[in-house]
Write a protein that binds this ligand. Structure first.
Ligand SMILES: [Ca+2]
Ligand SMILES: [Ca+2]
Ligand SMILES: [Ca+2]
Length: 481
């Protein structure tokens, strides 16, 4: 048992080392220098309280320390933030939602983000004010934009959660940022607890992992890990729209076998190709280029080699088969695991991985008859939400979870480790891999916006580490004359 546990832990090391901290937090050489444009995770699901709607959570800005004042974490008005949807299976977007931000300071002479108290997302006491317009773009089969419609204008970004003195009722402020959309549905852009959970420290310190009090950490289903993303915030864009807004025929989905049932979802960021920080002149003189993208979790982390990661971020899912198919078909993690431990994991022709993540599972997440192998998060909108969600999703027979879309609570680290080990092969090779962290540090919400509320700066526990050095000797107190 112990031997297996250490083995599993080492496996986790080998697979998870390239994933930095989070599912796509700072994963590639260029984007790690550009946190406001960095997609960290994308989720797509049918929310139990919103049947008939697609719900997407797309997160940007990794590892935001809740106490990171005085400016905290504004989004970049010089970037374009997208959620994209492919409903034809070619890997090109047919529908795209684009958020465009504006930033201003009410009082440039103050250092404060806000003057207490702040009671809403539009409160006049906020010094740093961000708003956005949201556009819905539609594309034809040739990839040409045929329609762009503004479905929200001048909507407020929910301010960062400074602390109880500045924002005494944060839930009220957050709720005031929920914005209804023309055409139906709603959106919010708000700081939130980062929904991704992973024990990175234990994975890096793999050899030392069986220490007293934290046994079996590598065995996935036995807990004992510590969530290294716990206590951090991110920026969540939550979008909920009627299915008819995103399906290929513009109609609601009748059931999971319907021809319009599956959509592929991913998020991207674009910047001007020649952009100098602070320069206004360059704004009109260069075209928009994609600098980040994220569909399935961990693809650019563990499947794409380091020399190709920036290319992955700037290319379209439509070209994934040509650009990166060989890396999914012959995944490096399988080779590493075998070289180190001789586990006999199938290294080549891993059509099971290509199908689960790229072409889709026939009858569940495949779009159309001949889908492209594209890294989009494929969701069958006809599958009703599960009454008893399982963190392993489809691997555990829960068809409403990953890789049929991705719910906030799905344990994608454990699920993908097990898929790489062979859980979807026939016959399946079942190795109970995992990082020992089974759930997020905060409970998710049953209602929009579903993510857990942002940690506040004043009460942040991130830096509460007892000093380990001896106290500095102090001179005797001075006597007042
Ligand atoms: Ca398409
Ligand atoms: Ca969290
Ligand atoms: Ca886990």
């Amino acid at each position: 048992m112990k031997k297996l546990s250490i083995l599993a832990a080492l496996l986790a090391v080998a697979v998870a080392v390239p994933l930095s901290i989070g599912s796509s937090h700072r994963e590639a050489p260029n984007i790690l220098k550009d946190p406001t444009a960095d997609n960290t995770d994308t989720y797509a699901f049918t929310a139990p309280d919103a049947p008939g709607s697609l719900t997407v959570v797309a997160n940007w800005i990794p590892l935001a320390d809740p106490a990171g004042g005085p400016n905290f974490y504004p989004l970049d008005e010089k970037a374009r933030y997208y959620v994209k949807i492919d409903n034809t299976g070619d890997g090109y977007e047919d529908v795209a939602y684009r958020w465009q931000f504006k930033t201003r300071f009410r009082n440039p002479n103050s250092f404060l983000y806000a003057v207490p108290p702040v009671g809403s997302a539009q409160d006049g006491n906020l010094n740093l004010v961000q708003t956005y317009d949201l556009y819905k773009e539609e594309y034809n089969r040739n990839g040409k934009m045929v329609r762009s419609r503004r479905i929200a204008n001048n909507a407020p970004v929910v301010p960062d959660n400074i602390g109880p003195k500045t924002v005494p009722n944060y839930a009220q402020v957050e709720a005031s940022g929920i914005t209804p959309l023309r055409g139906g549905g709603k959106t919010i852009v708000a700081p939130a607890d980062d929904a991704f959970f992973v024990d990175l420290g234990a994975i890096f310190d793999g050899i030392n992992i069986d220490k007293p009090g934290r046994p079996n950490i590598g065995l996935g289903n036995q807990g004992g890990g510590k969530d290294d993303v716990a206590g951090y915030n991110t920026k969540s864009f939550v979008l909920q729209v009627p299915e008819r807004e995103v399906t290929r025929d513009g109609k609601q989905v009748s059931d999971m076998k319907a021809g319009n049932a599956v959509v592929g979802v991913w998020a991207t960021t674009e910047r001007r190709s020649l952009q100098v920080s602070g320069s206004r002149k360059s704004k009109r003189s260069s075209r928009w280029v994609q600098v980040s993208r994220l569909g399935n979790p961990l693809i650019n982390e563990v499947i794409i080699p380091i020399g190709m990661k920036d290319k992955f971020n700037r290319t379209s899912p439509a070209n994934d088969a040509k650009n990166f198919g060989r890396f999914a078909l012959n995944p490096e993690p399988a080779r590493i695991l075998n070289a180190l431990f001789g586990l006999g994991i199938q290294e080549n022709n891993r059509t099971d991985i290509v199908q689960a993540l790229l072409t889709g599972v026939p009858g569940l997440t495949q779009i159309g008859k001949k889908p492209a192998a594209a890294d989009t998060l494929k969701l069958n909108l006809g599958v009703p939400p599960s009454a008893n969600p399982n963190r392993f999703g489809v691997l555990a027979g829960d068809l409403a979870g990953f890789p049929n879309g991705r719910r906030l609570a799905d344990d994608v680290v454990d699920a993908e480790l097990r898929v790489i080990a062979g859980a979807l092969l026939s016959p399946p090779k079942n190795i109970p891999l995992g990082d020992g962290v089974d759930r997020n540090d905060k409970p998710f919400r049953a209602q929009f916006p579903y993510v857990a509320p942002a940690f506040d700066g004043f009460n942040s526990q991130l830096k509460r580490i007892e000093p380990q050095h001896a106290p500095v000797p102090q001179p005797p107190p001075a006597q007042l004359p």
